[in-house]
Design a protein around this ligand. Structure first.
Ligand code: GUN
Ligand code: ZN
Length: 449
């Protein structure tokens, strides 16, 4: 089934310039957090919904019969009668410079960094190369239905300039920063505490808040590649910019844990390294958090820091099986992320499926509503965007994805036996990918499809 048979209505290109329009089709959204209330109460499913859009925001949403009656007369309506509308996906941890090494499995984290990652990142000293890869990356986000992403650059500030330059006209929401790293990496990938501070400050001045959808994120690669001086300088910069995102990696791999303990023997545990330098708090988003003690989860929760769960990366590097349930019940915010290039897909649908499989390997079940929450509303909360995006509700940004549930022969067959919306979602997550994405809307603009 092609996209043409799924969507109909006024010419889509004309609509992007229209301030008011509506999208009609089956839809899912959230009425609550499925980790806190039963999934069937948390998930809203409407077989014939209308999402009314005014400018960048959702003005109204509900059953078609109700919303159509409230719409101003002659509002154009785009119809997707056989698709499924969902909140736009949010990838809260991804490395765009690693696109070229995605899928290079076979080694654990530290070997993978040396063998594949550092050589690939060295090439981003060349702004032209960075611009070319940034364009491919942003195109991948759109065609996967990802409307917001928190992205790592390389140590080179030009890698972030290239990404933001390419992202500005797309309408996608992008958080990014240059990787701060001043030790334990090849010479071409090192800054200094001073230089990292100054270059990040330059990026903040050039980009933070641009177009309303670009945000700088302080990007500490991980504490093993930063000196105590760099951790101090980064904490100072974070204090100078309240509310700014701070992203890093935490407790991903057991060999990494041993190394961090050698580098910071005075710290009680991995989380305490960040704590000692003033690098915990709201806006701190840590990739992985697999090997955390209960005490560390408590400390993360109390500080307001969040975890980006990266299941395909954790499987590819053999890092371990993240415990979503324990992390959420400790009160830590969790979002879902691809972590490409260690991650093996930029599809958030496939990433939700991987999160379900990782939970199974732990002997637990992740409900499809919970997986979808992690990829939308949950991820929005990790980025401080809970009141901005991540759900379909009046007042939120009109960030949404239109999914064809029967995009492949296998899914088409599977859809003949589904028993309800939970079953549809599970099949989409375990069997789906970018081929399911019919259209992507970001900030009220159709950016793909
Ligand atoms: N730890 C430090 N750097 C990286 C990276 O690039 N990817 C992953 N998955 N973990 C890291
Ligand atoms: Zn990562």
């Amino acid at each position: 089934m092609g996209a043409g048979s799924l969507g109909s209505g006024p010419a889509l290109t004309a609509l992007t310039a229209v301030a008011r329009y509506a999208i009609r089709g089956p839809a899912v959204a959230f009425r609550g957090d499925p980790f806190l209330v039963p999934a069937d109460e948390a998930l809203w499913y409407e077989p014939d919904a209308v999402v009314a859009i005014r400018g960048e925001r959702i003005a109204d949403i509900g059953p078609a019969a109700d919303v159509l009656a409230r719409l101003p007369p002659a509002t154009p309506v785009v119809r997707y009668p056989r698709a499924l509308l969902m909140p736009g996906f949010i990838d809260c941890h991804v490395h765009y410079p690693q696109l070229g090494i995605a899928g290079a499995v076979g080694y654990p984290l530290l070997d993978w960094l040396e063998r594949y990652t550092f050589p690939a990142e060295a090439a981003f000293a060349d702004a032209g190369h960075a611009g070319r890869v940034a364009a491919v990356f942003l195109d991948q986000l759109r065609r996967n239905g990802t409307t917001t992403a928190a992205v790592y650059g390389t140590v080179h500030p030009q890698s972030v300039d290239a990404l933001f330059t390419a992202a500005l006209p797309t309408g996608l929401r992008v958080f990014a920063g240059k990787a701060l790293m001043d030790r334990n990496a090849p010479a071409g990938l090192l800054d200094t505490a001073r230089r990292g501070y100054d270059e990040s400050k330059g990026l903040i001045a050039r980009w933070h808040g641009r177009g309303g959808r670009l945000h700088h994120a302080l990007t500490l690669r991980f504490v093993a590649t930063s000196t105590p001086e760099q951790l101090e300088a980064t904490a100072a910069l974070w204090r100078e910019h309240p509310g700014m995102l701070l992203q890093s990696h935490l407790a991903e791999n057991t060999a990494e844990l041993g190394w961090v303990h050698e580098l910071f023997p005075e710290a009680r545990d991995y989380t305490d390294v960040f704590d000692r330098f003033g690098l915990l708090g709201p806006g701190a988003v840590f990739g992985h958090g697999i090997h955390l003690s209960a005490l560390e989860r408590e400390r993360l929760a109390a500080s307001g820091a969040a975890i980006a769960h990266c299941p395909t990366s954790n499987l590819a590097l053999g890092s371990g099986l993240f415990d979503v349930a324990a992390t959420r019940s400790a009160g830590v915010m969790v979002g879902l992320a691809t972590d490409v290039g260690a991650g093996t897909t930029l599809s958030m649908l496939a990433t939700m499926g991987a999160a379900m499989l990782v939970a199974r390997l732990r002997g637990a079940s992740l409900h499809p509503a919970q997986a979808l929450w992690l990829a939308t509303a949950g991820a929005a909360r990790t980025l401080g965007l809970g009141a901005v995006t991540g759900n379909l509700a009046p007042g939120l940004d009109a960030d949404l994805v239109v999914i064809n549930p029967a995009s492949t022969p296998l899914l088409a067959e599977r859809m003949t036996t589904v028993t309800g919306i939970d079953d549809v979602l599970t099949a989409l997550m375990t069997l789906g990918d970018d081929r399911n994405v019919v259209a992507t809307y970001a900030g009220g603009r159709r950016v793909f499809g």
